[in-house]
Design a protein around this ligand. Structure first.
Ligand code: SAM
Length: 259
């Protein structure tokens, strides 16, 4: 099973036991992976379910290949908490790597934001591209869930989404700030006894403005450090998410742990 190819599809592509593959997916399975009729692969609906599937010819003749679901596969590789990344968009195509690697690390939601020092506004095609990258990364890292990537919004709009969640509801919100002597994110996480959601905010190449840091703190975020070195805007989210997943998996501090 481990060596079978995985394909993330949209849940609406499944009707009863049949999977309606897009032309792009047929091309990928048939031409790129060289799978043929009768070959098996794993279908992921991106919302938690996996199935063993088999390629079949499309008897309706509308497309070349279709697939049937043979059996559901039981798998659990997800962190049992929400892990949300708010990331000010870095330069160029650098956000592609943030999406890819944060998906590998287990993030459940990604909110790209435009902050005061963001240098670039993304083109409308970017969201589709990031969604494709997240699908591929979820397939590769054997996740059941493909993270949701929201439309890019202004930083203040992203903060307002979190103003009603506070620590007492096991919602832990952190803004990563370079240079100031804020407490380490790691120390905060190690002191945490129970958590349902973790929100991490990281800034752009030029960093957050003081006003942005203060606005986050006023919204219930804790300003934290990732250490004494200044990390690149693409490195900081990965370090922060690695710390969260490492501590969570080691200590099982999430409140719905079954252990
Ligand atoms: N230009 C800023 C400066 O000189 O202070 C540094 C910005 S840094 C390249 C980009 C973002 O990564 C920061 O806004 C912060 O969110 C995060 N970051 C980088 N290093 C960090 C650290 N050591 N601790 C906490 N956050 C860090």
């Amino acid at each position: 099973m481990a060596d079978l190819q995985r394909l993330a599809i949209a849940p609406q592509q499944i009707d009863r036991q049949q999977v309606f593959l897009t032309v792009e997916q047929q091309h990928y399975l048939g031409r790129v992976l060289r799978l043929g009729v009768g070959d098996q692969f794993i279908v992921m609906d991106g919302k938690g379910k996996w199935w063993l599937a088999k390629l079949t010819p499309d008897i309706s003749g509308k497309t070349e290949l279709t697939a049937v679901l043979e059996q559901e596969i039981s798998i659990q590789n997800e962190l049992p908490i929400e892990l949300i990344l708010i990331s000010a968009l870095p330069k160029g195509n650098n956000f592609d790597e943030v999406v890819r690697q944060s998906t590998e690390l287990g993030v459940t939601h990604i909110l790209p934001v435009i902050s005061s020092r963001t240098l670039l506004k993304p083109s409308p095609q970017k969201l589709k591209r990031w969604g494709k990258i997240a699908n591929e990364a979820a397939e590769q890292s054997e996740r059941q869930v493909v993270p949701k990537i929201r439309e890019t919004v202004e930083y203040s709009a992203a903060l307002s989404l979190f103003e009603h969640q506070n620590l007492s509801t096991k919602y832990h919100k952190y803004i990563c700030v370079a240079r100031n002597n804020y407490p380490l994110l790691l120390e905060n996480l190690l002191d945490t006894e129970s958590v349902e959601s973790v929100v991490i905010a990281t800034g752009p190449e030029g960093g957050w403005t003081n006003a942005e840091i203060e606005a986050a703190i006023a919204t219930g975020f804790q300003a934290v450090s990732l250490g004494k070195r200044i990390l690149r805007a693409v490195t900081a989210p990965l370090v922060a998410l690695s710390l969260v997943t490492g501590v969570l998996e080691r200590q099982k501090i999430y409140s719905n742990s079954d252990s």
